[in-house]
Design a binder for this molecule. Structure first.
Ligand code: ADP
Ligand code: MG
Length: 865
């Protein structure tokens, strides 16, 4: 069944060729016990390795069951070794970190036998060699004879046709040698056993055929065999193809081999993984911190965007440019000697920049642009608010204790402008003493920013809400302004303060219902005027008149109490009542529709307040005065004058109004809803703001291109002045740190590669064993890849675990230093990605060592000690 025809094998060592086999011709029976004898170095092992498919012949042919092996590929040889060959070596060649049972099972895992079947068959053969009770031991817990029997069991477990034993008794005493020889003789009853030995006595006693070898040639064969003469029929029927099914190691087997190996080197594995994890820890920590910071900033932004909108005023001073100008003044360089005192001229620059940076904006056109879609400006904004010059006057409904205006509050106007609140007013571009504030139109954002404590969010134009802080408080400032606390107290407090007396105040409280019961009255400015004798008289200081007006005025109802939601930053300022843009529209229209305004508009030449014509209008022309209505003596006097003198006199005598039409409209607060005097755009986030700015820039460019520089819009970005670089700095720092950490990751990967390479060197023998039982090159690289993957996984897991632990103290420290809770939080996705990166990096690092392992010549590997 097995035929060697003129097999030659030449080894090359540098330039010298060593002819290990010089033409071997021999044929073996299907079942016999052949002993090969010969002096050391005669080529016995070489011949056995060639028969077993571990080594390749240089010339000649080896036929198995009548099939030539000349065209065998690696896979065919692997399958041949796995299915047809069992190897037994002198030095046992067991895998030390695997149990006896696992060693025996290994060949079957390669050939894909089920787990239960493997166990059963392994225990079976172990029983056959008399080791049924030693299955759970590790090889180094056995004696030499026992180990050799394990090796025989392993060789037999796949039920091979051929068992090859290379000096299996070489390291055993005669007692054990006899036992092994007996087992082999027993096995040889139903298969071919080829035994290489030095012990000719043993050979004589047990084998059925003795072959002697000398210098690579057969010198004696005690029982030669020629199939062509003895068994032709058999040969004809034995037309088998070369072994096809490639045995392949499952990932599970590779993993379990690697895991077992790693477990024998726990300390090293842990240290390696720990070293590998440091880079991961670094990157994970940075990611945790920066993403936490970004989240926080994003939140603050979303929040503060409602306090710091992009603000476009009808007439504006570009603060950013002003600051820039101030900076350039500071960085100025003098070019005169220090011999006298020189003037440092800053006034021109200051005034120049003030002039050049201030401008008027055509907000009517811009509002129209926004409402026509504004190139999607609305998609980037949470809300766009329009302000009007019309004053909203709110009074307390109850006038029994006197007329009390709650908005605009005159109570603290002076105080506010002389305090830091005044600065705040400028920054927020709205009155710092305003208790009343227009709510965002965006109900989604409103719900994000506020929790409804009681009542509901306003739906109608005449509905408002009370805004409390996170602790359900309203400033006493607002309470006085709203008349909820007695404003007279303030006057006495101010008096006390001015004379240096200590003042104190007492905390008061209101039930939700008390606040919800509050009602106010909206009085348009135009209702202050009453027409008497053809003139409109301001009666806003006439309490009796005002009480009557207030009685008939539009009701304003408090319908809810809102508190800033958790996570939303509190807004500044005393604002405590929020109203809707519908109310703004309502009072702007109320003023416009009022009788006084209509009279003024119908009669643009006459001042409604005085009934006199405006200067320069048609009514102020001398022709309008009829000289015939004058007394006769005056008429005579006029007649005596020259025409020039007469005209001058007539003009000087006409009683014209000192005001103008436009001034009157301003006094009355007449505004057109289409023409705001302020537009506040509340961007969704920083990116959105950038988009909005670029839309405005495009708009400006278009205006310039159309030859309409008047239409150019100047905006002020207060938040940008304060926060612009924060995100950039965080990003920059993160990138730099991640770059550093990436280097440490690369270093640790290289280290893992080196350690894998050491592992390859250490496990050379194991590689040889695996190859001898049919493992392919791919299987070998798989074992080492599995090992690096395991190390990478452990490193990643340690890294993530350590990061999660480190986040706890990190958060405590940050919370103490900045009062921002829970900044460091590793995003789960980043954690998973880092784990994958760790595994990928160590896998890549292990690729070269595992390729080296796969390429190892099994014969050389087996010879390694
Ligand atoms: P035996 O097993 O009979 O002692 P071997 O088959 O191991 O002899 O070796 C036969 C000859 O081939 C020896 O001279 C040995 O030095 C040589 N040889 C075996 N393997 C190699 C090898 N891998 N490279 C070079 N020479 C080798
Ligand atoms: Mg040998």
């Amino acid at each position: 069944m097995l035929t060697l025809r003129d097999i030659k094998k030449t080894y090359y060592m540098g330039d010298t060729a060593i002819e290990a086999l010089r033409g071997i011709n021999i044929e073996f029976r299907k079942s016999e016990f052949v002993s090969i004898l010969g002096p050391s170095g005669c080529g016995k092992t070489t011949m056995l390795n060639i028969v077993g498919g571990l080594d390749r012949y240089t010339a000649g042919d080896l036929t198995v069951n009548g099939v030539s092996t000349k065209k065998f590929r690696d896979g065919n040889w692997d399958a041949y070794r796995n299915q047809s060959i069992g190897f037994v070596f002198q030095n046992y060649n067991l895998i030390p970190h695997q149990t006896v049972l696992a060693n025996v099972e290994l060949a079957m895992t390669l050939s894909g036998v089920s787990r239960a079947e493997r166990r059963r068959r392994a225990l079976d053969v172990l029983e056959r060699v008399g080791l049924g009770d030693q299955a759970r031991k590790k090889p180094n817990q056995l004696s030499g004879g026992q180990m050799q029997r394990v090796a025989i069991a392993r060789a037999l477990v796949n039920n091979p046709e051929i068992l090859l034993a290379d000096e299996p008794t070489g390291s055993l005493d005669s007692e054990n040698s006899m036992q092994i020889a007996e087992i082999l003789a027993e096995i040889a009853r139903d298969r071919l056993v080829i035994l290489v030995t030095h012990n000719s006595e043993l050979a004589q006693k047990y084998s059925t055929r003795i072959v002697r070898l000398l210098d690579g040639r057969i010198t004696h064969d005690s029982n030669p065999y020629d199939a062509s003469s003895e068994d032709t029929a058999r040969k004809a029927s034995a037309k088998e193809d070369r072994p096809k099914r490639k045995p392949s190691m499952s990932l599970g087997t590779a993993l379990s081999l690697s895991l077992n190996n790693l477990m024998t080197k726990k300390a090293r594995t842990l240290l390696t993984s720990f070293a590998g994890s440091i880079g991961i820890i670094g990157i994970a920590l940075i990611l945790a911190l920066s993403s936490g910071m970004q989240d926080y900033i994003a939140d603050v932004q979303k929040d503060t965007m409602s306090s710091y909108p992009l603000s476009i005023e009808q007439s504006t001073v570009d603060m950013t440019a002003l600051l820039g100008a101030a900076r350039s003044i500071r960085t100025h360089k003098a070019d005169h000697p220090l011999d006298k005192v020189y003037s440092y001229d800053v006034m021109v620059d200051m005034m120049g920049s003030l002039l050049s940076e201030s401008s008027t904006n055509d907000l009517r056109a811009f509002k129209e642009f926004i409402e026509d879609g504004g190139r999607g400006i609305g998609d980037y904004a949470n809300d766009i608010k329009y302000g009007y010059p019309t004053q909203m006057n709110i009074y307390r409904t109850d006038t029994s204790g006197g007329v009390f205006r709650v908005h605009p509050s005159s109570l603290f106007a002076d105080m506010a402008s002389s305090s830091p609140m005044g600065t705040m007013r400028m920054m927020r571009s709205r009155s710092g003493s305003d208790v009343w504030e227009e709510l965002l139109d965006n109900s989604e954002l409103l719900e994000f920013q506020y929790d409804v404590v009681a009542g509901r969010i306003p739906q109608d134009f005449n509905e408002v809400v009370i805004l409390v802080n996170k602790d359900n408080e309203i400033t006493d400032f607002a309470l006085y302004s709203l008349g909820l606390k007695d404003p007279d107290e303030v006057a006495s407090m101010m008096r006390d303060v001015s004379v240096g007396k200590k003042i104190s105040s007492e905390q008061v409280s209101f039930t939700y219902q008390e606040l919800l019961d509050c009602t106010f009255k909206l009085v348009p400015s135009t209702d202050f005027y009453h027409k008497t004798g053809g003139q409109w008289i301001d009666k806003s200081n006439d309490d009796a008149y005002m009480a009557e007006v207030i009685k008939n005025a539009q009701d304003i109802k408090v319908v809810g109490i809102l508190r800033p939601a958790d996570g939303a930053a509190e807004t500044f300022g005393p604002a405590s009542v929020g109203y809707t843009s519908a109310l703004t529209a309502y009072f702007v229209n109320a003023v416009k529709e009022s009788q006084i305004v209509r009279e003024q508009m119908d009669n643009p030449d006459v001042d409604v307040f005085t009934g006199r014509p405006f200067a320069g209008s048609a009514g102020s022309q001398p022709a309008a005065l009829d000289p015939s209505s004058l007394p006769p003596d005056r008429q005579a006097y006029l007649a005596s004058l020259s025409p020039e003198e007469r005209a001058a006199l007539l003009a000087s005598n006409v009683p014209v109004s000192k005001s103008t039409y436009d001034e009157n409209m301003l006094i009355l607060g007449v505004a057109d809803l289409d023409t705001p005097n302020r537009i506040n755009i509340y961007p969704k986030d920083f990116e959105a703001k950038t988009q909005i700015k670029s839309i405005i820039d495009d708009y400006n460019k278009q205006m310039n291109d159309q030859g309409n520089p008047e239409g150019v819009i100047q905006y002020t970005d207060y938040l940008d002045m304060m926060l612009s670089s924060v995100t950039g700095v965080i990003n920059a720092i993160s990138y730099v740190l991640i770059a550093f950490m990436a280097i440490s990751l690369v270093v640790s990967s290289i280290m893992i590669g080196i350690i894998t390479y050491i592992s390859v060197l250490e496990r050379t023998k194991e590689i040889g064993i695996l190859r001898s039982i049919g493992a392919s090159k791919r299987d070998i690289s798989r074992v080492f890849n599995a090992e690096t993957l395991v190390v990478g996984f452990v490193a990643g897991a340690i890294g993530i675990g350590a990061t999660l632990l480190l986040c706890i103290p990190a958060n405590a420290i940050i919370a103490r230093a900045t009062r921002i809770p829970g900044v460091a939080a590793l995003p789960p996705l980043s954690g998973v990605m880092l784990l994958a990166i760790s595994m990928a990096l160590t896998f890549i690092a292990g690729l070269i060592p595992s390729r080296i392992a796969a390429k190892k010549d099994p014969v050389v590997a087996l010879r390694t000690e």
